[in-house]
Design a binder for this molecule. Structure first.
Ligand code: GDP
Ligand code: ZN
Length: 443
């Protein structure tokens, strides 16, 4: 481990607050902290002190010293807790710099925690998620990932995989024997079990990913079906422009709505129809772009012309993973007969909106939506790594079926690497800078 310098940053949010914290980490953290607190600091003890610099008292507050390795970063850490005025904190930070500390880069404290082995990569990411959590549920999910629950499940699968790899590599050395006499049957059983665990973890991770990022839902339909009105009704604000002139929603408007702890990004689009108007055509081009990235399409048609609406939407929603069909303006007709997959709603009266919210929540979290309380926060990167591991695993099984042991062993190694990249146990240098630079300074 190379000697590091000492870093300092304001760890609390910008702006005035009751308390603000300047955090130091590194070999000189204690010396700098003691110089500013003007006394010796005992580990894990809150000292009430005056912070001084160049003979001037900056503030009074608490100084805490956490000795390596029992600290957040694994290095010597000192926290100076002062009154949270930006001016006081800036002076404290200046004092740290004057004593030789350097300004921390965004995420550098957490990066050091990772490098010191205090956190694995998935846990480090969970720190960022916890800081950014938009509601209690997302915070709980981040907390669970930070506690290592997600990493443990990944690690358990990686261990099982390692076992199979060892078994497989050993069998290569006895290449003259048929696989079955070498326990080939057991190999298959184990791979079955691993794939099942992996499937379950992928489902949970995908839920966690949606919990973190929200579901990207795009509202489409012919002009005047009531798309913007529905967005407003669901979001509860008058954001989108609603007018009687068909084709008014020319730009893409979006609104984040929170349905029972699940965040949905709702995107309103221009009506889908053939048009000679250049601005409207541009709106439609954007609508198709939004659809290409959507998790869900909310297809809105006028209840009085469901078939015509479906025809107008046509193939635009092909390839979107899920579609929710709504027949709007149901206040205008008595007891409409609708195809089974179409929900009757009214943006005007609010009728049917609760059912829409329920369906959206289900679509966001899967049928097992109560399991959200067992979810951990996860990222697209994690889902992709797990999917890749499963793909390699399936290839390995195909190779095993043909008794291509060496090829199977290579696929298993790759599956193992994919899992390792999640927790950072496998070399993932390229990932690090990217991940930590997205943190805020002081974390
Ligand atoms: P968009 O072009 O699909 O975005 O449609 P808008 O939301 O702009 O609505 C078009 C027209 O339909 C407006 O005059 C709305 O007031 C009206 N409208 C929207 N939803 C309803 C509804 O549920 N019932 C009734 N009666 N009118 C509605
Ligand atoms: Zn509109």
């Amino acid at each position: 481990m190379s000697p590091r310098d000492t870093i300092a940053a304001i760890a609390t949010a910008a702006g005035s607050a009751g308390v603000g914290i300047v955090r130091l980490s590194g070999p000189r953290a204690r010396a700098i902290g003691e110089a500013i607190a003007d006394r010796r600091l005992a580990p894990r003890h809150a000292h009430h002190v005056r912070f001084v610099h160049r003979g001037e008292v900056l503030d009074d507050g608490l100084a805490l010293y956490f000795a390596a390795p029992a600290s957040y970063t694994g290095e010597d850490v000192v926290e100076l807790q002062a009154h949270g005025s930006p001016a006081v904190l800036a002076q404290l930070l200046e004092a740290c710099f004057a004593h030789g500390a350097r300004a921390a880069r965004p995420g550098e404290f957490t990066e050091r925690a990772f490098l010191e082995g205090r956190l694995d990569l998935a846990q480090a990411e969970a720190v960022a998620d916890l800081i950014a959590a938009s509601d209690a549920r997302a915070a709980r999910a981040a907390r669970r990932a930070l506690d290592g629950e997600f990493s443990e499940r990944v690690e358990a699968i990686a261990q099982a995989l390692l076992h199979v790899r060892v078994h497989c590599e050993a069998a290569i050395d006895f290449a003259d024997e048929p696989l079955d006499t070498l326990g080939g049957g057991e190999l298959h059983t184990r791979l079955d079990a691993i794939e099942q665990d992996l499937d379950a973890l992928i489902a949970a991770t995908e839920r966690g990913r949606r919990l973190r990022d929200g579901l990207h839902a795009v509202i489409v339909g012919p002009p005047n079906a009531g798309k913007s009105s529905l967005l407003n009704a669901l979001a509860g604000v008058d954001r989108a422009i609603v007018t009687d002139i068909a084709g008014t929603t020319r730009d893409v408007l979006q609104e984040t709505v929170c349905i029972e702890g699940v965040e949905l990004m709702l995107v309103d689009t221009a009506g889908l129809r053939e048009s000679g108007d250049a601005i409207e055509r541009e709106g439609m081009r954007r609508a198709r772009g939004e659809l290409a990235r959507a998790d869900l399409a909310i297809a809105v048609v006028d209840v009085r012309d469901v078939e015509g609406g479906r025809a107008a939407i046509g193939d635009a929603i092909d390839g979107v993973p899920a579609v929710l069909w709504l027949a709007n303006k149901c206040d205008l007709v008595d007891a409409p007969t609708l195809p089974a997959d179409v929900l009757a709603v009214s943006a005007a009266t609010g009728e049917g909106l609760d059912a829409v919210r329920g369906r959206l929540r289900e679509l966001a979290l899967g049928p097992d939506s109560d399991a959200v309380d067992g979810a951990f926060t996860a990222r697209t990167r994690h889902v992709q790594a797990l999917l890749q591991a499963r793909e390699e695993l399936q290839r390995a099984r195909a190779q095993l079926a043909h008794e291509h042991l060496d090829l199977a062993a290579e696929q298993l190694r790759r599956a193992h690497d994919a899992l390792g990249a999640i927790t950072g146990r496998v070399d993932a240098d390229a990932l690090l800078g990217h991940i930590f630079s997205s943190f805020c300074i002081g974390k």
